[in-house]
Every structure is written in structure tokens, then in C-alpha cells.
Design a protein around this ligand. Structure first.
Ligand SMILES: Nc1nc2c(ncn2[C@@H]2O[C@H](COP(=O)(O)OP(=O)(O)OP(=O)(O)O)[C@@H](O)[C@H]2O)c(=O)[nH]1
Ligand SMILES: [Zn+2]
Length: 469
């Protein structure tokens, strides 16, 4: 038993005898190591303990990629490239970690996540939609094996920086890291982009997107499956007023009974959550809070929750509303000057009085400046139809994302409606871009010079009234 085992491992690491394993990359030595009830496989070549920082691949089990030949991920290619690199070096180890399937959520859950990805979610959003962590892997067994094999200093074959951190936290020194050369395949390029964009995976130096944060789908009017559009960065870096609304083909956001589940699909939902993650504040009218009791947090994609702002001039929001009771994100409660708030609210809620308005209508511009006194960054006006319409008509929106779903409601709660013009030539036309979100069509209107200028370099922009891409 090594010193390491005695000091930190009450369960114990046990290993089986070495055996020969002839492979396409040479004859390796194979041993099993059992730790905490799980048996892992370790392939070694040469004498890694005698090398300063030997090549080590810590490979997470992936039945579909490693054994079934799946091209949804790059695991099979990484496995084979790692063995080739070790064979080339002459000394090294591959630790095949079982129990890591699906980044630690198991095969059954990974296949559930695959089904959601077939419907348009990306790999991170799919785990979240299942209420599962983005990455649940534990590297304690790998660190124990490396100590046992006298390899406390290694060159890690990986493009995942969090593997380095995890191993270093467990006492392993990663003196160097090597990325493995694996092809981006058409079937897994969106998956690899998501890992690079949202899980910090390192882009290989010879990759076409190396050194750039641009996303291949940026500004695209084509079908986008992971909708990581460039515009989110523009919104995050600016202080725009952005609105988003999903409506039926005939312009309703809900049925006449208020049923709004669900007008648009999963990709549009992920898009909305990406906008939430890019803004400082998300505003809704009290009607939306009463009808839908929304959480207004970022759940479908990674990112920080914005401050939730509730517009409540007549004090109609019930004290039981999620925005007032759940402390997941701060809430700014814009409440009428003469309204007496009911019972106590949580510490996450800040009450701000609206000024008295003569005609009972508080101007959108004033609401924006009130929010700006408390929150920095862009503001998302998320609903409902009346609130978004009043902001549009008042000319305070920089950008509007309006998603049309291929469904007819016939009659219901209206989406965009405002006092129009009798003269067609005077109707509101602005430059726009279009994105296909699965079955839904999202049109992004560039309403202000600010938004128009910030997005000027992007391709696929159409002039108002022009043909759609
Ligand atoms: N939950 C989930 N897991 C996946 C998915 N695709 C692959 N995996 C799992 O992800 C694990 C591999 O992790 P990756 O993020 O691809 O790569 P990595 O091991 O972190 O990084 P490298 O060392 O560069 O390969 C394996 O356990 C796969 O089963 C997916 O869509 N959803
Ligand atoms: Zn895989």
C-alpha cells in the first residue's frame, strides 16, 4: 500500500494482474484498477514511471463513441488518437474511466439528452432540461491510479481545461497539455462548437475558428441547431433595450384562456434564455406575472440570471408570485406610487416607486431610465404583448426578436398590436435578419441606429421590406 492510499483513501485501490493487449496501435499492457466499487481499465506502454511527465490520456467512458462507432461526439476519434500518440512517444498511459458515461450522468440519461438534442437543444441545454449537471465527472480514481503507478507528474492528452484543474486539485501535476488531432465531422461539429463555446474546451491551433470567438452560425439565416448567434455578444457588451416575443402565425401569444404552453419550440426557448443571459435586467408586465408566474431565470443554457423587473403600477402582482418569493435572482418591483404593498417580501426584492402618471400610462422611456438607475447593461422586455407593443410604439426598443410559430390560434391574447397608420407607406419598416429555429421563424428587427450599427458587419441583413434570406 502506498503512502497516498494510507493517507487519503480509506476504501482502497486494488488492481488485477497485468495482461497483454495487442491493438492497432501496438501491444499495450492492460490492468484493472478498482476504486470505490468501480473497475477502470488502464493501458500502458513502455515505462511511464521512468519518464518525467509521460503522456497520459484520462478517457471518459462513452459506449456510443468508443464502442459503437458513433460520430455524434469525438470520443472514439480521441481514444484512437490518444493510443497513437502514446505509441508514438513509446511510454504512456491511458486510464479508461468507467462511470463517466455521459459526463457522469450515465448511459440512460445521456440517451435522453440525445433525444432532446435531436429536437434542437445543444449538449449543455439538454442536460439542464433534464435537471442534470453539465458535467458530473469525478477524477479521484484517476488521481489515485496515477499515484499508485508513480506518475504524479504528467503531460495530459486533452482539450478540456477542467480536467487539468480537477487532477491538479487531487495532487497531480499537469506539467503540459497536448490536444489530440481529431477531425471535426459534419455530425459532431455543433457538439464540438458547444464544448468550445460553453465548456471552455480549447480550439486546436490549426482549426478554422482558432483564435476567434466567432461562431459559424453567427448572423446566419440558415437553420441553427445550437443558436449561439453573434448578436448575444453584441447585446451583452452594450446597453440596448431588446424585446422578445413568440407569437402564432396569426399574431397571438396565447389562447383566449391564456394557455401559452408552448407557442414556439425548444430552440426558440433556448434563444430566449441566451438573451436573458446576455442582459442586465429582464422586464415583464404584471399581466404576464399573473398569467404565467414566470421564473425569468437562465435555465436552458449556461449563464447568469439577470435582475428581474416587474412593472406593477396598480399593485396587482400577488405576494405568492415566484419573482417575489424565490431568491434565485434579484427582483426590482416597480410599483405604483399610491399602492400599499401587501405582506412582506424576500430580501432579494427591491421596491421602487413609479411616479404618478396623469393619464395612468407610465412612459416606456421613463421605465427604462428607472431601471438604468439600478441595473447596468442591456434590458430585455420579455412580455407580454401589451408591454412589448407599448415599448415598440414608443420607439425605445433597439432590437426586437419576433418569433412566428407555424400555428393558428384564431383568437386569443394578442402579440404585437399598436395604434397603426392608415397609410401603408408610413407603416413601421426596419432592417431585419431572419433565423430558422427548427419549425419557427425568428425575425430580428434592428430598430435603432445603435442596433443597426452594432450589427452592421454581420451578413444576411435585409433592408426593410426586402426579400428574406
Ligand atoms: N451528457 C452528455 N454527455 C455526452 C454527450 N456527448 C458525449 N458525452 C459524454 O462526454 C464524455 C466525454 O466528454 P467530452 O466533453 O466530449 O470530452 P472531455 O473528455 O471532457 O475532453 P477531452 O479530454 O478533450 O476529450 C463522455 O463520457 C461521453 O459519453 C452529450 O451530448 N451529452
Ligand atoms: Zn462520446
Amino acid at each position: 500500500m502506498t503512502a497516498w492510499q494510507r493517507s487519503t483513501d480509506p476504501i482502497g485501490l486494488s488492481s488485477g494482474p497485468p495482461s497483454r493487449l495487442p491493438t492497432a496501435h501496438g501491444v499495450f499492457t492492460l490492468r484493472s484498477f478498482t476504486f470505490d466499487g468501480m473497475t477502470h481499465a488502464v493501458m500502458s506502454l513502455g515505462n511511464p514511471a521512468m519518464v518525467d511527465a509521460p503522456f497520459v490520456r484520462v478517457h471518459s467512458e462513452c459506449l456510443t463513441g468508443d464502442a459503437l462507432g458513433s460520430h455524434r461526439c469525438d470520443c472514439g476519434d480521441q481514444l484512437s488518437a490518444a493510443l497513437a500518440a502514446i505509441a508514438d512517444a513509446g511510454d504512456g498511459l491511458l486510464i479508461y474511466l468507467r462511470g463517466h458515461e455521459g459526463r457522469g450522468i450515465g448511459l440512460e440519461n445521456k440517451l435522453r439528452a440525445y433525444a432532446l438534442q435531436d429536437d434542437g437543444l445543444d449538449t449543455v441545454a439538454a442536460n439542464r432540461a433534464l435537471d442534470l449537471p453539465d458535467d458530473a465527472r469525478d477524477y479521484t480514481a484517476a488521481a489515485a491510479i496515477l499515484q499508485e503507478l508513480d506518475c504524479p507528474q504528467i503531460t495530459l492528452l486533452s482539450s478540456n481545461p477542467s480536467k487539468i484543474t480537477a487532477l491538479e486539485d487531487l495532487g497531480i501535476t499537469v506539467t503540459d497539455r497536448r490536444g489530440l488531432q481529431v477531425p471535426d465531422r459534419p455530425e459532431n461539429s455543433a457538439y464540438l462548437e458547444t464544448k468550445r463555446r460553453f465548456m471552455n474546451h480549447i480550439v486546436p491551433p490549426d482549426h478554422p475558428h482558432a483564435g476567434s470567438t466567432d461562431h459559424p452560425h453567427a448572423g446566419s439565416a440558415e437553420t441553427s441547431t445550437d443558436n449561439a448567434l453573434e448578436v448575444y455578444d453584441t447585446i451583452a457588451d452594450g446597453d440596448e433595450v431588446v424585446a422578445q416575443l413568440a407569437q402564432s402565425e396569426d399574431g397571438f401569444i396565447a389562447t383566449s384562456d391564456g394557455d401559452a404552453q408552448f407557442v414556439s419550440g425548444q430552440i426558440d426557448r433556448a434563444h430566449l434564455h441566451r438573451i436573458r443571459a446576455s442582459v442586465g435586467a429582464v422586464l415583464v408586465g404584471c399581466g404576464t406575472v399573473i398569467a404565467d408566474d414566470p421564473q425569468l431565470t437562465v435555465r436552458a443554457v449556461p449563464g447568469k440570471n439577470p435582475v428581474r423587473v416587474v412593472l406593477d403600477p396598480h399593485g396587482r402582482v400577488p405576494a405568492t408570485a415566484t419573482v417575489l418569493t424565490s431568491p434565485e435572482a434579484p427582483t426590482l418591483w416597480l410599483i405604483g406610487a399610491e399602492v400599499a404593498p401587501g405582506s412582506d417580501v424576500g430580501d432579494h426584492v427591491r421596491m421602487v416607486r413609479l411616479p404618478v402618471a396623469e393619464d395612468d400610462e407610465i412612459s416606456p422611456a421613463l421605465i427604462v431610465s428607472l431601471i438604468r438607475e439600478h441595473v447596468a447593461g442591456s434590458i430585455l422586455v420579455e412580455g407580454g404583448g401589451r408591454t412589448v407593443s407599448s415599448f415598440l410604439a414608443a420607439g425605445v426598443l433597439d432590437r426586437l426578436f419576433l418569433t412566428s410559430a407555424p400555428v393558428f390560434i384564431g383568437n386569443g391574447i394578442p402579440g404585437i398590436r399598436f395604434e397603426g397608420t392608415p397609410v401603408m407607406a408610413q407603416a413601421l419598416r426596419r432592417p431585419f435578419r431572419r433565423y430558422q429555429f427548427g419549425e419557427d421563424m425568428c425575425t430580428e428587427y434592428l430598430l435603432s441606429e445603435l442596433a443597426n450599427g452594432a450589427s452592421a458587419q454581420d451578413s444576411h441583413r435585409c433592408r426593410g421590406g426586402g426579400p428574406t434570406a
